[in-house]
Write a protein that binds this ligand. Structure first.
Ligand code: AMP
Length: 198
């Protein structure tokens, strides 16, 4: 199995890159942001709780996110692998993901850190806000989301660095260039590990 984490601050292009990767390698896309937005649109109890956090630019509690993620993942039988987009976002989430996947014998394969300057992040999300219809894509909340990223999410980088799984990709380039760099690394990994994907 090929389990990939796309890691980076809000606005680094994780969603866009995920779409390219799933098309090429037929992986299952698990975006915790999308999962939560779906729950909110259904007005489910989980969605209603999560909305109170998202609307403030805060992280949804680990207990909710982890349960939702593993429930969605369990619906797929023998996929080529997963692409985790927006997860993990706390050290606790990273540790639980590792423990769960290791136990199943399908550990995290590689972690792509999309590195984009703070100024560019802000510009990108403001631009996205023109058509995204996302309540959290507004100036005040964007600042909070970026602040939360640096405080709670960025420390995860070291966790994967220690495992030699982190690959830093300069995310400032065009979508196609970034996509090409990611594919190159994935192809190398597939060759080296003799993975067979269908
Ligand atoms: P995203 O679409 O990935 O930018 O996520 C939008 C919002 O959903 C975030 O600002 C958080 O409030 C919430 N969220 C998404 N993924 C997670 C996660 N792994 N842990 C906690 N909250 C999350």
């Amino acid at each position: 199995m090929l389990n990939i984490i796309l890691f980076g601050a809000p606005g680094t292009g994780k969603g866009t890159q995920s779409k390219n990767i799933i098309l090429k390698y037929h992986l299952v896309h698990l975006s915790t942001g999308d999962i939560i937005r779906e729950e909110i649109s259904k007005c489910s109890p989980v969605g209603l709780i999560a909305k109170t956090y998202i609307d403030q630019g805060l992280l949804v509690p680990d207990s909710i996110i982890i349960k939702q993620l593993f429930y969605r993942a369990s619906r797929f039988e023998k996929p080529n692998g997963f692409i985790f987009d927006g997860f993990p976002r706390t050290l606790n989430q990273a540790e639980i993901l590792d423990k769960t996947l290791n136990k199943k014998g399908y550990p995290v394969s590689m972690v792509f850190y999309l590195d984009v300057s703070e100024e560019e992040l802000f510009k990108r999300i403001m631009c996205r806000s023109l058509h995204s219809n996302r309540a959290d894509d507004n100036e005040k909340i964007i600042h909070k989301r970026i602040e939360v990223y640096y405080k709670e999410t960025q420390p995860i980088i070291k966790f994967y660095e220690k495992q030699n799984k982190l690959i830093t990709i300069k995310g400032m380039d065009s979508v196609d260039i970034v996509s090409g760099l990611i594919s190159e690394e994935i192809d190398k990994y597939i060759d080296k590990n003799n993975l067979l994907l269908y």
